[in-house]
Write a protein that binds this ligand. Structure first.
Ligand code: NAX
Length: 327
């Protein structure tokens, strides 16, 4: 029987996240041993030489499932017929640059790419990693009217994974003992990593880590500011962990969610939990394993949580206002 082929576009493929992401995509770990992977790699023209070097390394990995690699500086070529588009490429935040400046710099990239995404396969799904991820996703989604809104998502999985690691370390348990952590809102310092609804070995987190001050203080700020801490320590932003989270994100949408658990990703709000419709907001999600997913409803929020969720929603509304002319 011939294998099916999944076509995956990766933008910013010559960057540091791309370098960690591509070999793992090509290895088959995401789509399984019965699926070939065709990579469509997009870069800006000056980076195409470096990208050729990365492709030489992919060749030298001799991955049995990697059926073809396309490299291009044209988004229309990159997204032609793809089933997944991973939008990683964007300009990094320069020294002294404000978040608003970054949004304005990167926004136009996602206008052109949004239009080109409409060349994708009829089942195309889009995951935005490049920052500011939620708002870039909002721009791409609004410039791709032919693609249903629910096919767009932005990455908050790195935040979720960071939260799992912090909780497991604090409680002295393994990662697999932690479940049901939610990241609400924006992939930024206003995100709200929610432990009120999370569990450790099936028990509410507060019963295992009996330290409300830590859960509402240091834990949240550690997760919110982890990206900056890594830049301080490493001199470069997170790459291996960001690539890993991107793969986890795709797997979570591809596979049926484990009974009773959920995962976090930013998707187009339909008004769940009172969040403004149309914002790209991170929610707890379950996937049916057939391309469909839904928001987990009915989770409770304390006054503390409500305030945090409102703050990250406010930030997303402000970001939306900055890019209003691109939507
Ligand atoms: P790099 O600067 O190493 O790579 C970015 C690549 O994108 C470069 O090779 C550049 O040439 C390319 N690029 C720029 N404009 C492009 C365009 N119009 N079309 C195609 N490619 C283009 O950054 P890297 O460390 O790989 O990070 C990529 C993005 O991920 C950044 O925006 C970064 O802020 C963001 N991150 C997002 C995270 C998340 O959890 N959502 C976490 C990690 C990371 O900070």
């Amino acid at each position: 029987m011939s294998k099916r082929t999944v076509k995956v576009a990766v933008t910013g493929a010559a960057g540091q996240i791309g370098y960690s992401l591509l070999p793992r995509l090509a290895s088959g770990e995401v789509f399984g041993p019965d699926t070939n992977v065709e990579l469509h790699l997009l870069e800006i023209t000056p980076a195409l030489g470096a990208l050729e070097g990365v492709v030489m390394e992919l060749d030298d990995c001799a991955f049995p499932l990697l059926s073809n690699v396309v490299i291009t500086d044209d988004a229309n070529v990159a997204f032609d017929g793809v089933n997944w588009a991973l939008l990683v490429g964007s300009k990094p935040r320069g020294k002294g640059m404000l978040r608003g400046d970054l949004i304005k710099e990167n926004g136009p990239i996602f206008v052109g790419q949004g239009q080109a995404l409409q060349k994708g396969a009829s089942d195309i799904r889009v995951a935005v990693v490049g920052n500011p991820a939620n708002t870039n996703c909002l721009i791409a989604m609004n410039n791709a009217p032919d693609i249903p809104n629910e096919r767009f998502s932005a990455l908050t999985r790195l935040d979720q994974n960071r939260a799992y690691a912090q909780l497991a370390q604090k409680a002295g348990v393994s990662i697999t003992d932690v479940s049901n952590v939610t990241i609400w809102g924006n992939h930024s310092a206003t995100q709200y990593p929610d432990t009120e609804n999370a569990k450790i070995n099936g028990k509410p987190v507060i019963e295992v880590i009996n330290d409300q001050e830590w859960l509402q203080g240091e834990f949240i700020t550690t997760v919110q500011k982890r990206g900056a801490a890594i830049i301080n320590a490493r001199g470069k932003s997170s790459a291996a962990s960001a690539a890993n989270a991107t793969l986890d994100h795709v797997k979570s949408f591809e596979q049926k969610t484990e009974e009773g658990n959920w995962f976090s990703a930013a998707i187009c709000s339909k008004g769940h939990y009172g969040i403004e419709e149309g914002l790209i907001f991170s929610f707890p999600l379950v996937s049916d394993g057939n391309g469909g997913y839904s928001v987990v409803e009915g989770l409770s929020h304390s006054d503390f949580a409500k305030e945090k969720v409102a703050a990250t929603e406010t930030e997303l509304k402000e970001e939306k206002a900055v890019v209003a002319d691109l939507l």
